[in-house]
Design a protein around this ligand. Structure first.
Ligand code: IPM
Ligand code: MG
Length: 367
């Protein structure tokens, strides 16, 4: 059988730096675990715009459709702020999500013991936190029509449309129930059924799907109350399922509970391909952080943990994913810190590359 294939899209800002550390980890699995991957690399976001005048070249889009998994760094930067909306770096990412039909976006928020003090919340509120947000990623207000800025009378009107079909809700709900079955068997669905028809339909369809998963304890919350509960007592949640826009907001809030955005991975999954693997893209939740790009300050952990998710969800290598996650945990427990994780007295930060090396060393120690 041929090796699983990975397309690496480092992107902009700190993307290439953190991805360089993932490449070390990928090579480690090749040399020490005899688990080779066929890795190719291409441009996305501002980097693709600079080279081709588009944030995602058609050839890159075609490659992404063929590989077993895409690993993406980050897109965007101030240099591109004035570009036309249609060629902004973010459009490259949104096109990948849409054309690969990656409807289920898994965003875990896990608090590593060694970092519980970094949260802006009290330690006992976040210590041991392990929740999973499932965000619908290919529909809703991000893609709904009509959209645009139009003239009406003597002023302009900005328009976006929240739109969900039953089948779109059904499939993301199913993926969330499946995950809940493999975790704590609790699912909380969040919408605004009190003010939005799309929220009423969302609640109805999720409830219907729930009949196929009687073991999962299903609850519903208005998304604003959900945001409040996430800050008050996040450990009440196991899996949360929500729409594209609420998921964007709630996942940033959940991420910060854990202390640093630099720690959080994500997986965006679509329907199974012919080989049974889901269409998949893995990326850190953090952005391109242009303010620290090129300085060796970025934390590569979110990107490395995104590769761990690829091992688990694309390549059926759950035990190897555990190994990688434990290596990260060990490095953190040993007190190794990138600049975003400072706060303790007398700790000198390591560089992006030193953090990657420490994780590879911890992998070696795991053998
Ligand atoms: C995210 C980001 C993206 C989004 C941007 C970069 C388009 O905020 O992945 O959460 O809004 O989905
Ligand atoms: Mg976001």
């Amino acid at each position: 059988m041929s090796n699983p294939s990975i397309l690496i899209l480092p992107g902009d800002g700190i993307g290439p730096e953190v991805m360089a550390e993932v490449k070390k980890v990928i090579s480690w699995f090749g040399s020490k675990r005899d688990q080779q991957f066929d890795v190719s690399e291409d441009l996305v976001g501002g980097a693709a715009y600079d080279a081709h005048g588009t944030p995602l070249h058609d050839d890159t889009m075609a490659k992404a459709q063929e590989v077993d998994a895409v690993l993406l760094g980050a897109v965007g930067g101030p240099k591109y702020d004035t570009l036309d909306f249609s060629v902004k770096p973010e459009r490259g990412l949104l096109r990948l999500r849409k054309e690969m039909d990656l409807f289920s976006n898994l965003r875990p928020a896990q608090c590593f013991d060694a970092l519980a003090d970094f949260s802006s919340l009290k330690k006992d509120v976040v210590a041991g936190l392990d929740i999973m947000i499932v965000r619908e990623l290919t529909s809703g207000i991000y893609f709904g029509e009509p959209r645009g800025i139009i003239e009406e009378g003597n002023e302009r009107v900005g328009i976006n449309t929240q739109r969900y079909t039953e089948s779109e809700i059904d499939r993301v709900a199913r993926s969330a129930f499946e995950l809940a079955m493999r975790r704590g068997k609790k699912l909380c669905s969040m919408e605004k059924a009190n003010v939005m028809e799309s929220g009423i339909l969302w609640r109805e369809v999720v409830t219907e799907v729930g009949q196929d998963y009687p073991e999962v304890e299903l609850s519903h919350m208005y998304a604003d109350a959900g945001a409040m509960q996430l800050c008050r007592w996040p450990k009440q949640f196991d899996v949360i399922v929500t729409d594209n826009l609420f998921g964007d907001l709630l996942s940033d809030a959940a991420a910060m509970l854990t202390g640093s955005l630099g720690m959080l991975p994500s997986a965006s999954l679509g329907a199974p391909m012919e080989n049974g693997r889901p269409k998949a893209l893995y990326e850190p939740v953090h952005g391109s952080a242009p303010d620290i790009a090129g300085q060796g300050k970025a934390n590569p952990i979110a990107c490395i943990l995104s590769f761990a998710m690829a091992l688990r969800y694309s390549f059926d290598l759950g035990a190897e994913a555990d190994r990688l996650e434990q290596a990260v945990e060990k490095v953190l427990a040993d007190g190794v810190r990138t600049a975003d994780l400072l706060g303790e007295e007398g700790v000198t930060p390591v560089t992006t590359s030193e953090m990657g090396d420490a994780i590879v060393a911890a992998l070696d120690a795991s053998l």
